[in-house]
Design a protein around this ligand. Structure first.
Ligand SMILES: NC(=O)c1ccc[n+]([C@@H]2O[C@H](COP(=O)([O-])OP(=O)(O)OC[C@H]3O[C@@H](n4cnc5c(N)ncnc54)[C@H](O)[C@@H]3O)[C@@H](O)[C@H]2O)c1
Length: 265
């Protein structure tokens, strides 16, 4: 018996590694999962799982979202869970132009809200709807050279609270999950697939001394989506290996570094 037996989830941006971790965790709990993404190759790959279906959909297109909601009603007759995971990392910091700003905010913020708007009625009909928005540690710290992505994630933390307030009457809980550094496509590409190297770079920033694994993030999402979290709404859940607990500290003793003439630990 899974905690999500018989339920249906919609996961935006589920075509890459973190998405696969989320989709796998939901499916492992008995959930059928519909992945929407603009990455057809990745989406087709994730849909190899028997409980997963892929629909090529651009979440910035309102017409496609309306069609998606109608298709979900026709093909499944229900929707219990929405995971807003799709994102844009386009960010040139202070040099970003208006088009970059509008594009990043459109994908990361406005489209997450528009997807929720499109499927709100279906979620309400379930009687136990749950929305999980993907935010980030970037929502609450300054990151050199990055302006757009952190701003978009900070906005989504606040929108999660607004949604939770106004969707509660529909029986829909709304939470966000804030991962720390997580093994993902961008890390795979940059490191040439070297997880050990990536973990070593992440170690000083994370109490656990490593990056999160996609399935670990998926487990938190599956919990928030389930009735086990029935009292949780409007919350931003850290799934960050202790990154946010460190604040400005590093994951190693700093005081000994003050000693002149050598470091004693
Ligand atoms: N990777 C990390 O370390 C990390 C850390 C904190 C938070 N996050 C969050 O986790 C989530 C997943 O991150 P990731 O690194 O796997 O990202 P990713 O870029 O690998 O995946 C995002 C997916 O969104 C899809 N997408 C983009 N625009 C779309 C659109 N218009 N319509 C439909 N799909 C679209 C992309 O095709 C891609 O498959 C994001 O919300 C991200 O902000 C990631």
């Amino acid at each position: 018996m899974g905690t999500l037996d018989g339920r249906v989830a919609l996961v935006t941006g589920g075509a890459t590694l973190v998405g696969q971790g989320v989709v796998g965790a939901l499916a492992a709990q008995g959930c059928r999962v519909v992945v929407v993404d603009i990455d057809e190759v990745g989406g087709t790959e994730v849909a190899q799982h028997p409980s997963v279906e892929f629909r090529l959909t651009d979440i910035t297109d309102d017409g496609e979202l309306a069609a998606l909601a109608a298709d979900l009603q026709r093909d499944y007759g229900r929707l219990d869970i929405l995971v807003n995971l799709a994102c844009s990392y386009v960010d040139d910091g202070a040099a970003s132009d208006r088009a970059d700003w509008l594009n990043t905010l459109n994908v990361n913020v406005v489209s997450a809200v528009m997807v929720a708007r499109a499927v709100r009625e279906l979620l309400a009909e379930s009687g136990h709807g749950s929305i999980v928005n993907f935010t980030s540690i970037s929502s609450s710290v300054a990151q050199t050279g990055r302006w757009l992505y952190p701003a978009s994630k900070a906005a989504l933390v606040q929108i999660t609270r607004s949604m939770a307030a106004d969707f509660a009457a529909d029986g829909i809980r709304v939470n966000s999950v804030s991962p720390g550094w997580t093994w993902s496509k961008i890390m795979d590409t940059l490191s040439g697939g070297d997880l050990v190297h990536v973990d070593s770079v992440a170690a000083p920033f994370h109490l656990l001394g490593r990056v999160g694994r996609p399935e670990e993030i998926g487990a938190v999402v599956a919990f928030l989506a389930s009735d086990a979290a029935s009292v949780v709404t409007g919350a931003d859940w850290a799934a960050d290996g202790g990154y946010s607990a460190l604040g400005p500290e590093r994951n190693e003793p700093a005081i000994p570094l003050l000693a002149k003439g050598g470091v004693s630990r």
